[in-house]
Design a protein around this ligand. Structure first.
Ligand code: SF4
Length: 80
């Protein structure tokens, strides 16, 4: 599973690093997030998914089995 943060969308809410501090680090200056790992270790996948679903800006992208999705798109899947 791959993860990355879109710097254009990220507004530095810090939710991702509170949920998965091992997987996201915040810039000291502007507070924007970047993914620590491009390839997420299996033991962190659940936390990274939760962080993606919690991001208010849908700035966290996850790539699983050739499909890219954001937390918002996942939320839509579960509510429709
Ligand atoms: S929760 Fe989203 S907007 Fe907030 S720091 Fe993380 S990636 Fe950026």
């Amino acid at each position: 599973m791959k993860v990355w943060v879109d710097p254009e969308r990220c507004q530095g809410h810090t939710l991702c690093s509170m949920i998965a501090p091992e997987a996201f680090e915040l810039d000291d200056i502007d507070g924007h997030s970047t993914a620590v790992f491009e390839e997420v270790p299996p033991e962190l996948e659940d936390k990274v998914r939760e962080a993606a679903q919690s991001c208010p800006e849908c700035a966290i992208f996850i790539d699983v089995d050739q499909q890219s999705t954001t937390g918002q798109e996942k939320s839509r899947e579960t509510t429709s």
